[in-house]
Design a protein around this ligand. Structure first.
Ligand code: NAP
Length: 255
């Protein structure tokens, strides 16, 4: 990565995405602050600039193909390439998601539109620009709740959680990550899924025990991987993995 590297973060107006923008900006990257709401994006841009980041708001609703196409055209016209894509925008579906047997299909569809279809739409629109960079990185912000292995661990922290929309959307996102990694295996582009860990943000009414700053760490790590770094991996906070107190905080998670 050079000081002039360009990163696009979707849903960067708040929470973990904002922190990723701040931390990549602190590394010297120019950051494009994806936001679906103009005012919220403009405020985030201002706040990041106040922190010394070369931030530029870009209008981007990941569920709106016209918005996705327009943002790709804008980046092509203004920069001609993209070094880092962080697919961060995500929603949970809220408490109305219900238990599996009561899943409202409208909520399931809405969550997949953002967390899965939105990622594919944005990635496909940005790939021609990522191919123009010397060694682009794609980071899909997933979650430990998408791990099938961790969710079926009766002694693990995810056992009490029974819901289809959000967890299964992240499982699908993990497979989306693996499929892009395979297609791009023989290119310099690396594609990985990140687990921020359980962070206090609007997404969970600030119930998480980690900060957004900590949540951004694994994402920034994957966004700045060296040439010999992994591709097609699920990496991040190891809360749900079988680790002890002396084990590292970050590592590969079970799919
Ligand atoms: P957050 O504070 O609610 O932020 C979510 C961001 O996504 C907001 O900027 C939101 O924009 C944006 N967004 C939602 N729908 C969008 C759309 N259609 N187009 C563009 N942007 C959209 O949540 P967060 O906790 O930072 O979550 C960020 C990512 O981390 C998500 O993918 C989430 O699943 C993942 N994650 C979070 C945790 C956690 O504990 N917090 C754990 C694991 C994974 P608006 O402000 O306009 O709504």
């Amino acid at each position: 990565m050079t000081a002039t590297s360009l990163a696009l973060i979707t849903g960067a107006n708040k929470g973990i995405g904002f922190e990723v923008a701040r931390q990549l900006g602190a590394l010297g990257m120019t950051v494009l602050v994806g936001a679906r709401d103009h005012e919220r994006g403009a405020v985030a841009e201002r706040n990041l600039r106040d922190l010394g980041v070369d931030a530029h708001h870009i209008a981007l609703d990941v569920t709106d193909q016209a918005s996705v196409d327009h943002s790709a055209e804008q980046i092509a016209a203004e920069h001609g390439h993209l070094d880092v894509l962080v697919n961060n925008a995500g929603i949970t579906g809220g408490p109305e998601s219900g238990r599996p047997s009561q899943t409202p299909l409208a909520i399931l569809r809405r969550v997949y539109e953002t967390n899965v279809f939105g990622v594919v739409a944005v990635t496909n629109a940005m790939l021609p620009l990522l191919r123009q960079a010397p060694a682009a990185r794609i980071v899909n912000v997933s979650s430990e709740v998408g791990s099938v292995q961790a969710t079926l661990d009766r002694d693990g922290p995810l056992w009490p959680m029974t819901s289809i929309p959000y967890p299964s959307s992240k499982t699908a996102l993990n497979m989306v990550t693996a499929q892009y990694a395979k297609e791009l295996w023989d290119t310099p582009i690396k594609v990985n899924a990140a687990n921020p860990g359980y962070c206090a943000t609007d997404l969970n009414n600030h119930s998480g025990f980690r900060s957004p700053e900590e949540g951004a760490e694994a994402i920034v790590y994957l966004a700045t991987l060296p040439e010999d770094g992994p591709t097609g991996s699920f990496y991040g906070h190891l809360w749900v993995a079988d680790v002890g107190p002396d084990d590292p905080q970050y590592g590969r998670l079970p799919w």
